[in-house]
Write a protein that binds this ligand. Structure first.
Ligand code: GLU
Length: 346
């Protein structure tokens, strides 16, 4: 009797193992398989070759220094949630992070003050208007905006913990550096260029103050915000920042815990709804990935639990998003079957 039980027990284990292997084989066949280094490298190589000669788009020039950046810079980086780094093209050239910093300052505020603070003091609704729209503030008396457009971003910067401007700036730079896994620094010419020409952002900050939605001196908050936008990053830095979100807030390269999984959980949805200016909907529809772009020419996208991907290529389309970055990321996501909404029926 004992032998019989042993045999049936063993058969059962073998049967379960066969089912598991078969199941994996089926799901791999359906989804295109696991993310292997070979597949990732091939996707990056193909995207680079396919899009490197695209000449559409134009550098941002409303910040004068951005017009001088080499429009040929084209770097792609993908960093997995377990810390493997894949790169292609120019990943040493730096561009200013610009609006991409907003997503990480948003995460910082959630980490410091809880997610409700963002919802109550700024808002989490897409405005449907330009990133630097004054009408968006006026329409809802400073409410119903979000931390990824200028008004909400300057309000977020004003909320950062710190007794004075210097402390707030130091803390922002440290958070962004922790996300990137190395000490980032300021692009001084870009900062000076924008600081001398940011009257519109100052107007937005003062209007928010008038509506009781600015939480620090508006001129100083705008200045810190301008600095935060002028932090220098490479495609690799941005991909590691994205991978830290993809990995639930722990930098997968340095292993440092930057923010909590809950903070990431509240950050990604706003990136999904408002990350690419007026084209946020079209981006999300086509990629399924929360992302954030900046007028410096970078875009970072997050595949939750899997990887962060970033491209730096300065020429922008009409909406203000890097042309090549959108093309390359969408191509790679498709090649890797990485859209989280590609669901295989059971
Ligand atoms: N510093 C830029 C501004 O405030 C950021 C714009 C962007 O990247 O969207 O206008």
């Amino acid at each position: 009797m004992k032998n019989f039980k042993d045999i049936t027990g063993r058969l059962l284990i073998v049967a379960i193992a066969i089912c598991m292997v078969a199941g994996t084989a089926v799901s791999k066949a359906q989804t295109g398989g696991a993310l292997t280094p070979e597949k990732i490298n091939a996707a990056l190589d193909e995207a680079y070759t396919k899009f490197k000669d695209v000449t559409e788009g134009k550098n941002a020039d409303y910040i004068k220094e951005l017009a001088r950046v080499d429009p040929k810079i084209f770097g792609i980086a993908l960093v997995t949630a377990d810390g493997q780094v894949f790169t292609k093209g120019d990943i040493t050239s730096m561009v200013s992070i610009q609006s991409i910093s907003k997503a990480f300052v948003m995460a910082q505020i959630i980490e410091e003050q809880g997610h409700q603070a963002i919802q109550d003091k700024i808002g989490v609704d897409a405005t449907g208007l330009k990133f630097n729209s004054i009408v968006a503030v006026e329409e809802h008396r400073g409410k119903e905006i979000n931390p990824l457009v200028n008004p909400g971003a300057i309000a977020a910067t004003s909320l950062v913990n710190g007794a004075d401007s210097a402390a707030k700036w130091k803390s922002i730079l440290q958070f962004q550096s922790d996300f990137a896994g190395r000490q980032l620094s300021l692009n001084v010419p870009v900062y000076i260029s924008e600081a001398g020409d940011n009257l519109r952002n100052q107007a937005i900050a003062h209007l928010l103050l008038a509506y009781g939605r600015m939480y620090f001196d508006p001129a100083e908050a705008t200045d810190i915000y301008t600095k935060q936008c002028a932090i220098n990053v490479s495609a690799k830095d941005l991909a590691i920042m994205g991978a830290t979100l993809a990995n639930g807030g722990v930098n997968p390269v340095t292993k440092k815990k930057v923010v909590s999984p809950q903070t990431v959980m509240y950050t990604l949805p706003v990136m999904a709804t408002a990350g690419l200016y007026d084209d946020s909907g079209i981006w999300f529809y086509n990629s399924g990935l929360p992302a954030k772009s900046g007028v410096g020419g970078g875009i970072v996208a997050v595949c939750p639990g899997k990887f962060g991907i970033a491209v730096v290529a300065p020429p922008l389309d009409e909406a203000g998003n890097s042309v090549k970055a959108q093309l390359a990321i969408k191509y790679i996501v498709e090649k890797l079957n990485a859209n989280p909404y590609l669901i295989q029926p059971k």
